[in-house]
Design a protein around this ligand. Structure first.
Ligand code: 5GP
Length: 189
């Protein structure tokens, strides 16, 4: 790993706005790259294969697990999600900071293996509003929505295990908080 490169792990419940914050960070900091995960979930209208995710069949994903291609992987909402190892290490080697936007199971597994990474939890300002938003999102079935709400409740219960908690009240402020965390960590390297 390049000595000055940082691995930044961002988690937070579904619907909290992690994606928007990541976009903001990437647009403000060309030195940050976002890791593209592999998943077995179906693409949504906003997804593009190879850009938002690498969409895989379950067999393909399991083969990647067997070949030890993941830094971490987890089952979320009955689907597999994983971080391909090689791309992340290549970017770190090339001097980029890399963000992983992953669920709390994956993040906390990773924390055992890579304690030197920066672990940031994005929390909502108001949990009831978050649950309501998840219920009315409309792109998923009732079962899926309830699973997502349960997963969000569990994710929130894990927040104290992270190095930092950032509350997403205003996206620009949350992104700035994260940039400050990154700068502080880099100065300590
Ligand atoms: P979504 O299906 O809404 O895109 O993502 C569902 C959850 O999976 C989100 O919490 C997202 O952060 C997480 N996720 C995305 N990629 C990965 C990954 O590579 N590993 C793990 N553990 N979680 C991921």
């Amino acid at each position: 790993m390049n000595n000055n490169s940082l691995l930044i792990v961002l988690s937070g419940p579904s619907g909290v706005g992690k994606g928007t914050i990541c976009k903001k960070l990437l647009s403000e900091r060309p030195n940050i790259k976002l890791s593209i995960s592999a998943t077995t979930r179906s693409p949504r209208p906003e997804d593009t294969d190879g850009v938002t995710y690498y969409f895989k069949t379950e067999d393909e994903f399991k083969r990647m697990i067997e070949n030890d291609e993941f830094m971490e992987w987890a089952v979320y909402n009955n689907k597999y999600y994983g971080t391909p190892k090689k791309a992340v290490f290549d970017q770190l080697e090339n001097g980029y900071d890399v963000i992983l936007e992953i669920d709390a199971q994956g993040a906390l597994n990773l924390k055992e293996k890579y304690p030197e990474a920066v672990y940031i939890f994005i929390a909502p300002e108001n949990t009831d509003v978050l649950y309501e938003r998840l219920r009315t999102r409309g792109t998923e079935s009732e079962d899926e929505i309830e699973r997502r709400v349960k997963a969000a409740q569990w994710e929130l219960s894990q927040k104290d295990k992270y190095d930092h908690i950032v509350i997403n009240k205003v996206v620009d402020d949350a992104a700035l908080d994260i940039i400050n965390i990154i700068n502080t960590r880099r100065n300590a390297l």
